[in-house]
Design a protein around this ligand. Structure first.
Ligand SMILES: Nc1ncnc2c1ncn2[C@@H]1O[C@H](COP(=O)(O)OP(=O)(O)OP(=O)(O)O)[C@@H](O)[C@H]1O
Length: 288
C-alpha cells in the first residue's frame, strides 16, 4: 500500500505532576492518499493526542510521523485542522476569516484577485456564498462549522485533520454537514483523518475505522475496512446489512472488548456493593 501519511512506532509520554504518563504506546498506521480514516475510542484514550501529532502541534516521545515522504517536524499548510469549535475570529466576516488563511499560504505568490477567487470558491464549496459578508455572531453553529471547513479546504491541504468536527451540532445539522463533507472530499480527493465519538458517523464517512484501546498506553486495537459504495446515501445504508455489520463490529469493540473504563470501575464497585448499578445503554452509538 502506498503510504501517504505514516505513523511509525509512535509513543507519547507526558510529564505530569505525578510523574510520566504514557498516553500512546507504539502506534503504527499507514494512510493512503485520498483515504478517509476515522479514529474512535473511549474518552481520554488518546485520539486528539494522535491527531495533534499528525498536525505537528506536538512531537512524539519516540517514533516518527511522515506526510508525503517528509518527516512531520511541525505544523504546516499541507495539514489543515478543523476543531470542534470552529475557532473563527469574531471581528472578521466569514469571507475575511477564510481570506486570512488563504493569504497566509498563497499571499506571497498570488495576486489579491486570485486570493479572493480562492476564498469565494471555498465558501461556495460549503454552500455559504450568500453568507460571505456576515459575521460569525450572525450565523448558526452549523454555518460557523462550515466556514471552518471552508477555511481548512481553501488552503488546499494535502491532509484534512478533523477533531470531532460535528460534535457540538444537533443531529439534523450534523447529518447535513456529513453529507456535504462526503461530497466535498470526493470532489477534492482529500486525505482525511477524523476523530469522532459517533459510530454511525464513522461508518458512514470512513474508508477505514481505527479503533484505539483504552488508555493509559493506548494503542490500535483493531482496524475495520469499510467496503460500501463511494456515493453513500444514509437512508439506503440504514437498511444495508453490511452497514449494520460494520456498526455492530465497532460497537462490539467499544462496548465488549474495550468497555468504557469509568463504567468498568463503576460496575466493579457495584459488584463490591459500593454503588448503584450504572444505567446500561444497550445500543448507544455515541461513545462515552
Ligand atoms: N499535555 C498533556 N499533559 C498530560 N496529560 C495529557 C496531555 N494531553 C493529554 N493528556 C492525557 O492523555 C490522555 C489522552 O488524551 P486525549 O485528549 O488525546 O484523549 P481523547 O481520546 O482525545 O479524549 P476525548 O475523547 O475525551 O477528547 C488523557 O488521559 C489525557 O488526560
Amino acid at each position: 500500500m502506498e503510504k501517504y501519511v505514516a505513523v511509525e512506532s509512535v509513543s507519547q509520554v507526558f510529564d505530569t505532576a505525578r510523574g510520566p504518563f504514557t498516553a500512546l504506546n507504539e502506534i503504527n498506521l499507514a494512510i493512503r492518499k485520498g483515504e478517509f480514516v476515522s479514529l474512535i475510542g473511549h474518552s481520554g484514550c488518546g485520539k486528539s493526542t494522535l491527531l495533534n501529532l499528525i498536525a505537528g502541534l506536538t512531537k512524539p516521545s519516540s517514533g516518527v510521523l511522515i506526510c508525503d515522504q517528509r518527516e512531520i517536524a511541525g505544523p504546516g499548510p499541507d495539514r489543515a485542522m478543523v476543531f470542534q469549535n470552529h475557532s473563527l475570529l469574531p471581528w472578521f466576516t466569514c469571507f475575511q476569516n477564510v481570506y486570512l488563511a488563504v493569504e497566509r499560504v498563497f499571499g506571497a505568490t498570488e495576486t489579491r484577485a486570485r486570493l479572493r477567487e480562492r476564498t469565494a470558491a471555498a465558501l461556495e464549496l460549503v454552500d455559504l456564498a450568500h453568507a460571505s459578508s456576515k459575521y460569525p455572531r450572525e450565523i448558526s453553529g452549523g454555518m460557523k462549522q462550515r466556514v471552518g471547513i471552508a477555511r481548512a479546504l481553501a488552503i488546499e491541504p494535502k491532509v484534512l485533520l478533523m477533531d470531532e468536527p460535528f460534535g457540538a451540532l444537533d443531529a439534523l445539522t450534523r447529518a447535513h454537514l456529513q453529507d456535504a463533507l462526503l461530497r466535498i472530499v470526493k470532489r477534492t480527493q482529500s486525505t482525511v483523518v477524523m476523530v469522532t465519538h459517533d459510530v454511525d458517523e464513522a461508518v458512514l464517512l470512513s474508508d477505514r475505522i481505527v479503533m484505539l484501546t483504552n488508555g493509559p498506553a493506548a494503542t490500535i486495537g483493531q482496524i475495520l475496512a469499510i467496503e460500501l459504495p463511494g456515493r453513500r446515501d444514509r437512508v439506503a445504508l440504514a437498511a444495508d446489512p453490511r452497514y449494520l455489520q460494520y456498526r455492530a463490529a465497532v460497537m462490539k469493540f467499544l462496548h465488549q472488548r474495550y468497555s468504557n473504563p469509568e463504567q468498568s470501575t463503576r460496575l466493579a464497585l457495584v459488584e463490591a456493593g459500593d454503588a448503584e448499578p450504572a444505567e446500561h445503554k444497550e445500543d448507544s452509538a455515541i461513545v462515552a
